[in-house]
Write a protein of this length. Sequence first.
Length: 249
Amino acid sequence: MHKLLQRQLKKLGFENGELPKGRLEEFIELVDTAYKEADEEREFLEHTLQTNSQEMAELYEELKLKSQSELAKSEQRYKELATKDMLTGVLNRFAFENELKYIISSSKRAKTKFALLFLDLDHFKEVNDTCGHTVGDKLLQEVAKRVRSQIRIEDVFARLGGDEFILILTNIDTNKLHNLVDKIAAIFQEPWKIEGMELKVTASIGVVVFPDDADNETDLLRYADKAMYESKSQGRNRVSSFSVLKEIA
């Protein structure tokens, strides 16, 4: 029996299971109050436990979501490190090679064509030597920004390293390729404004078409590189097509 109830009953004269005459109503009231208070204490305890359990569950969900969010951020960061060129934000060589394999495969299935453009900046070493590597880095960033603004979302743009970039124009009509390539070449005719300086840096471009010129990754890259060097040898700041080189040969 509840200790408080025992003390109260003792005041009524309740001993050895007997109650003095005339105190029955008081006895019933005391017992009823005691059990009512016990129910209230039980309900309070249950509510407290329930509230704490709910708070713990909410805290657990909050921590879980935070953990998942941090994990997702870490995964995204690692993915960017693995696929993006950290200076310019475009794809790196590793990611580009994977994209090229995928595009070759999908183009074969769909029987579509794409153009691969190899871009190499003219006299970039002179920029680094005379203006410093910081200016050279900012120039590369501006090149990436300017090219990306002129291509479609389905096209692929990457930096292979140094001042070499590569671009895939997907699902093309070869009759319109000349205009597309001219649009890219025109990007390099405008001066580059870097840290208050105006730099005139052009690009030599080599073009190869899938599957007309080659139908595999190795030959596409090799022929595009060869066409680019043809542009260099012809005085730079120009476009050379591998298909034209084939005709000359």
